[in-house]
Write a protein that binds this ligand. Structure first.
Ligand SMILES: *Cc1c(COP(=O)(O)O)cnc(C)c1O
Length: 364
């Protein structure tokens, strides 16, 4: 079976050497040497400041909401977000006691449509939580302007946007915070892991205390906190994966371009803004109808290829999130989308086989 994605496994000997070091120091967590090293190297690689490593991408969102004062308040609080995303974007808000309010996406970029944000603002709105979905850039200029006008915080869920540049600089520089997921299936990973990139140093400092129970000294607990720390084994994996990022990206780009050349005439692909330097994290296609998408996924599976209906369902249909429905574009795209297999070791034969089946289904 060809999976939709495959975790990137870096050089084993190098990982062993890092683990030897962990054994020698007998230091497994609590801001160890490797976590510090990975923090510095990621800031340099991504071209950002104020990066905080955490245990996973969902906690990255939760810590960002807390550090920016969105969650942990007594009064009713709302955040405007997109229903076209992984469940964690909205469920982390709900978990933090913030009501997710969905606004519909743009039919071409599939990111939150800025035109739908203002109508969703109420006196309880404190934040906008857009998603750079599949690594595409949201309309950051428009969102920044709306946020400034209404004094809202912007937290980008940038889980898919590792290494993406927009207009010559990191996409992660936009918003009061941008969060990353380093889950095993993501482009860059630490097994489980994540990070928050804060705009302001003072927010980073507040968040640093929050991820370690609010403890600031041997006998001081300064504020309410939680345990969201990354450990040394996660950081060791990250350092190894980061070393091989160039090869990984090159291989994925080749896969991505082969799909694109074969399919861009006949299928709807994600529209990207000018000035975007993409990371080749995903290859989503939109079929003509839900029936065709379901049939394509089934035919691919019969032939040993696992494409995924991703993101499906659109989150307004998920009852436990408690948000109101009424986002027809998201519902429509979610019903017709498929993500095709993409990972660095995917061979040309497998790409061509997948393309052949997709073409057969869409022409027939
Ligand atoms: C993966 C992902 C998350 C959650 O990250 P974890 O590291 O798995 O907790 C959140 N949002 C989006 C859009 C994701 O794809």
């Amino acid at each position: 079976m060809i999976p939709v994605t495959k975790p990137y496994l870096p050089n084993r000997e190098k990982l062993n050497r890092y683990i030897d070091g962990i054994y020698e120091r007998a230091w497994l967590t609590n801001n160890g040497e490797l976590v510090q090293e990975l923090t510095k190297r990621l800031e340099a690689y991504l071209g950002v400041e104020n990066l905080l490593l955490v245990a996973n991408g969902t906690l990255a969102l939760q810590i960002a909401y807390r550090a920016l004062g969105i969650s942990g308040r007594d009064e009713a609080t709302e955040a405007i977000t997109t229903p076209f995303t992984f469940v964690a974007t909205a469920s982390s808000l709900k978990w933090e006691g913030v009501t997710p309010v969905f606004a519909d996406i743009d039919p071409n970029t599939w990111c939150l449509n800025p035109a739908n944000i203002e109508p969703a603002i109420t006196p309880n709105t404190r934040a906008i939580v857009p998603v750079h979905v599949f690594g595409n850039a949201c309309d950051v200029e428009a969102m920044g302007a709306i946020a400034q006008k209404h004094r809202l915080k912007v937290i980008y869920d940038a889980s898919h946007a590792f290494g993406v540049n927009y207009k010559g600089e990191s996409l992660l520089k936009h918003g009061d915070a941008a969060t990353l997921s380093f889950h095993a299936t993501k482009l860059f990973h630490t097994g489980e892991g994540g990070a928050v990139v804060f705009k302001r140093k003072e927010d980073l400092e507040r968040a640093k205390k929050m991820i370690n129970f609010g403890i600031t000294g041997p006998e001081t607990i300064e504020a309410l906190g939680i345990n969201a720390k990354m450990n040394e084994l996660q950081a060791a994996m990250g350092l190894c994966v980061l070393d091989e990022m160039e090869e990984n990206l090159k291989a994925r780009a080749a896969v991505w371009h082969r799909y694109e050349q074969a399919l861009n005439q006949t299928l709807q692909l994600q529209a990207k803004p000018k000035g975007l330097e993409y990371n080749y994290a995903y290859f989503p296609i939109v079929l003509e109808s839900e029936e065709q998408a379901v049939r394509a996924a089934a035919t691919l599976k019969e032939n040993g290829v696992l494409a995924r209906r991703y993101f499906y369902p659109s989150l307004e249909s998920v009852a436990c999130l408690g948000a109101e429905a009424g986002q027809p574009v998201s519902k429509e795209i979610a019903s017709r989308i498929l993500c095709l297999p993409i990972y660095s070791e995917l061979i040309t034969d497998s790409i061509d086989k997948t393309v052949g089946i997709v073409k057969e289904v869409t022409n027939g």
